[in-house]
Design a protein around this ligand. Structure first.
Ligand code: GZL
Ligand code: ZN
Length: 328
C-alpha cells in the first residue's frame, strides 16, 4: 500500500488492505478456470485484498505488460502463472528493483538467478508424466500386451510450459525404458479445439494408433470426439481394438469420462493454489522465511477394472504412501 504524508495528492489504502497483481496464463482449459476461481476467491475484498487480475490469452508479451503495470501501480505482491518457462529475467529484475516480491504459481520459470522470485507453488509435472508412463507399463503387463504393440501419439501441451516439458519427458522416458512405439508428438495447446484438430490429422496419418497420451483433459475431450467421429472406440481394451486415452488434470468432466471408461487413466493436477499462495503471503507479511519450492501432492485415477494394473505406480513415490485411487 502507498500512504503519502504531507503531499497534496495523499493516497491512502486502508492499512490492512494488500494489493496483489495476478498475471494469469489465460482461460484455455477447465483446469485454468478452476485455478483462476481459486485465486479470485482467495484474494477477495472481504479477505482484505485488492486483486488486480490480468488474463494474458496465453501470450507472454501480455504477461510482461501486466507485470510492468503492476509495478507502476506499486502493488504489494505480484503473482505470476507463467505461460512458458523462459523470457522472465528482465521483468522479474524490474520487480525486484521496485522491491515487489513475486510468487510464481503452477508452471515454473527458468531464470538465471532464482532470487528473481521469492517462492513457487505448484505441482510436479515430471512426476505426473512418470506416473502415467508407469501406469501404462503396468496396464500393458497386466493385459499381456507387448511393448512394441503400443502405438502411441502424444498430444502435447503448450510447448515450453512446465506441464508440457514434464509430461512429455515422463512419456519419452517410458518409451526409452519399455520400447513402446511413439508415432508422433504435436501440441494441442491444452485446448479442446486444437486437441480435436491434432487427433483428426493423426488419425488420417496412422491406422494403428492404440494409445493417445493427452497432456490435459481438454485435449482428451477433443481427441475423444475425433476418435468417435472416425468410427473408432475409446476404452481400456486395446486387444479388442479400443483406443486407450491417458490424460491429466482430473477435472470434473475428466473424472466423469474416467468413471465411464472413455479416459483409461487421469493423472491428478491440482489447480487450487489460492489458499497456498495466501499462506506464503501471510508468512512473508509476518517476516517469516518461506520455502522456495512448494509442491502439492497428487494422485492418479483409473477406472476400476484397470486399477489392478497400477500398483507399479506406487513405486514412484519417494516419500509417503502414494494411493492409486480407483473410482467405482
Ligand atoms: C498444469 C497446468 C496446465 C494444465 C492445463 O500445471 O499448467 O495448464 O494441465 C492448463 O489444463 O492449461
Ligand atoms: Zn500438475
Amino acid at each position: 500500500m502507498v500512504a503519502g504524508l504531507a503531499s497534496t495528492s495523499t493516497v491512502f489504502a486502508a492499512e490492512d488492505t494488500l494489493t496483489v497483481g495476478f498475471s494469469q496464463v489465460g482461460a484455455e482449459s477447465d483446469w485454468r478456470t478452476a485455478n483462476t476461481e481459486s485465486m479470485k476467491s482467495t484474494f477477495s475484498e472481504e479477505n482484505g485484498y485488492e486483486l488486480i487480475f490480468d488474463d494474458a490469452q496465453q501470450k507472454q508479451e501480455n504477461q510482461l505488460t501486466a507485470i510492468r503495470n503492476f509495478i507502476q501501480q506499486e502493488v504489494d505482491y505480484i503473482l505470476l502463472a507463467p505461460v512458458t518457462e523462459t523470457g522472465w529475467d528482465t521483468v522479474l529484475q524490474e520487480a525486484k528493483d521496485a522491491g515487489i516480491p513475486v510468487i510464481i504459481v503452477d508452471r515454473m520459470v527458468d531464470v538465471s538467478d532464482d532470487s528473481l522470485y521469492t517462492s513457487w507453488i505448484g505441482t510436479d509435472a515430471l512426476l505426473e508424466g512418470r506416473k502415467a508412463a508407469e501406469w501404462l507399463n503396468a496396464y500393458a503387463t497386466a493385459k499381456e500386451i507387448k511393448p512394441e504393440d503400443l502405438h502411441i501419439v502424444d498430444i502435447q501441451g503448450t510447448i515450453g510450459s512446465t506441464a508440457q516439458i514434464g509430461r512429455t519427458q515422463g512419456l519419452e522416458e517410458g518409451v526409452e525404458k519399455y520400447g513402446w512405439d511413439l508415432l508422433e508428438q504435436q501440441s494441442g495447446e491444452f485446448t479442446q479445439a486444437k486437441g480435436q484438430e491434432v487427433m483428426e490429422s493423426m488419425l488420417k496419418k496412422y491406422d494403428n494408433i492404440n494409445v493417445v497420451y493427452c497432456e490435459n483433459d481438454n485435449e482428451a475431450f477433443g481427441a475423444i470426439d475425433a476418435i468417435e467421429a472416425a468410427g473408432k472406440t475409446v476404452g481400456s481394451d486395446i486387444a479388442n481394438g479400443e483406443i486407450l486415452v491417458i490424460s491429466f488434470d482430473t477435472t470434473n468432466a475428466g473424472l466423469t469420462d474416467t468413471l465411464n471408461g472413455k479416459i483409461a487413466c487421469d493423472v491428478e493436477c491440482n489447480p487450487l493454489h489460492g489458499p497456498r499462495a495466501e499462506e506464503l503471503i501471510k508468512a512473508l507479511e509476518a517476516g517469516e522465511e518461506v520455502e522456495k519450492l512448494n509442491y502439492v501432492d497428487e494422485e492418479i485415477f483409473a477406472a476400476d477394472d484397470t486399477v489392478a494394473s497400477v500398483t507399479a505406480v506406487n513405486s514412484l513415490e519417494e516419500e509417503g504412501e502414494y494411493a492409486v485411487t480407483p473410482i467405482t
